[in-house]
Design a protein around this ligand. Structure first.
Ligand code: PLP
Length: 426
């Protein structure tokens, strides 16, 4: 296919007329499709309905060491659940606290506690003039929403398939004491699906931040979310690398079973050094006498161990990969060689990241909306909702059915073409 940039004005004008006609035809169909949020599909949820039957009125409601899960206590989570979630992150149970129904609340709490009470005996962030976070971009909008909520200034750090630009990260954290944290989705990142390379993880573990209370927020949300049997990314385990580097307290790691079992009814966990966990525990034990241990026990009885989770995730993968492939096929067929877009083809996670020509993303999302396809708002993948190039669009293929996904992808590429032609004619 000829690159759009090589087309003459007349060719572009006739292409525009043809695309406009196609667009009106699509619009007239009155479709209503949603590719906006990374949610599990109904059939993924249906696959786990027997999870609900794991505990019933006849169940033995005690942990392996005899604690009644129906009663108060064990703020860290039951030992077998700490082990299960630790295994997701590749760390031992003593590095893990299992909390409530998901991980985002733990991240919010961790930032909130740092603002009000400080980290490791340092000045609480609320008493500082400036607090900044590094934000690999594009990234997860809800991370950025947390730091924005607390008035923390966010600095964009470009991502590559190897992870964040480490030269930039090393330089910034070494020079600026007001940089207190960094958001990372190290495996199958949201939205690009990139996994940080071993070199990147090693460099992160060896950072020499000016701020003693600098912490990496290692959101390992997609640890188990492979799409393929034969194409799987490996992420080095960072807590042990930090220990080896003499930086044992550098990382808070988070994971959850939201996208393994039921979104919003899973388990969230944080893993970190003993010192960090002690600090977290101090405030947790004021906030709660203990989280939902019944759900913790249900998880352990249902999955049994990490292999049980892996088996369950293989079932998800079968469904998910056909939806990803459906979108990728349309993108390949319609946009390869046109020079008007690039996209990722991840081995796991929940998203495909699309880069349009500069200055086109907002218009593409608006055009899609007009034709009945909802996408994540353009800019959402950047702090403050501001994509400096207005080019990134996050595609979430998981929730719609495959048929809907194919229809939505067709409309998406049509809108990309139309907006790009309009841009080239400006
Ligand atoms: N972290 C990342 C990177 C995500 O993409 C999501 C959900 O999309 C979450 C966290 C939310 O996790 P939870 O449901 O455990 O709060």
């Amino acid at each position: 296919m000829k690159a759009y940039q090589e087309l003459g004005r007349e060719e572009l004008l006739s292409l525009k007329a043809q695309l406009e006609k196609e667009f009106e035809e699509e619009k007239a169909k009155g479709l209503k499709l949603d590719m906006s949020r990374g949610k599990p599909s109904v059939s993924q949820l249906d696959m786990a309905m027997d999870f609900m039957d794991t505990l019933d009125s006849n169940s033995y409601m005690k942990t392996e060491d005899g604690v009644d899960v129906r009663n108060y206590g064990i703020v860290d989570g039951i030992p077998e659940a700490r082990k299960l979630l630790g295994d997701i992150m590749g760390v031992s149970a003593d590095h893990v606290i299992v909390c409530g129904n998901g991980s985002l609340a733990i991240m919010y709490d961790t930032v909130s506690r740092s603002v009000t009470h400080g980290v490791g005996g340092c000045t609480p962030w609320c008493r500082l003039d400036k607090v900044k976070f590094l934000c690999p971009v594009p990234g997860y909008d809800r991370h950025f929403a947390i730091t924005e909520h607390f008035g923390i200034e966010m600095i964009n750090v470009p991502m590559s398939p190897q992870g964040p630009d480490m030269d930039m990260v090393e330089k910034l954290v070494a020079e600026d004491e007001s940089i207190k944290g960094m958001w990372c989705v190290p495996k199958y990142s949201n939205p690009q699906g990139y996994t940080y390379s071993s070199e990147t993880v090693k460099r992160l573990a060896n950072l020499k931040p000016a701020a003693k209370d600098f912490r990496i927020y290692w959101d390992n949300a997609y640890a188990m979310h492979h799409l393929y049997e034969d194409r799987q990314d490996e992420l080095p385990e960072i807590l042990s690398l930090c220990e080896q580097a003499g930086n044992p307290d550098l990382v808070y790691e988070f994971c959850s079973t939201s996208k393994i079992i039921f979104a919003g009814a899973g388990l969230g966990a944080v893993a970190s050094s003993k010192a960090n966990l002690d600090e977290i525990r101090k405030s947790l034990s004021i906030m709660t006498i203990g989280y939902d241990k019944i759900n913790q026990l249900r998880h352990v009885r249902y999955f049994k161990d990490i292999d049980g989770i892996a088996r369950h995730m293989k079932k998800h993968a079968v469904q998910m990969r056909s939806k990803f492939q459906a979108v990728l096929e349309v993108l390949d067929r319609e946009l390869s060689g046109t020079g008007i877009g690039e996209w990722t083809n991840p081995n796991g996670g929940y998203f495909i990241s699309f880069e349009s020509m500069e200055g086109c993303a907002k218009a593409i999302v608006a055009k899609c909306k007009e034709a009945g396809v909802t996408l994540t708002g353009a800019g959402a993948t950047y702090p403050y909702g501001k994509d400096p190039k207005d080019s990134n669009i996050r595609i979430a293929p998981t929730f719609p059915s495959q048929e809907e996904m194919e229809l939505a992808a067709d409309i998406f590429v049509l809108c990309v073409k139309l907006v790009s032609v309009e841009k080239l004619l400006e």
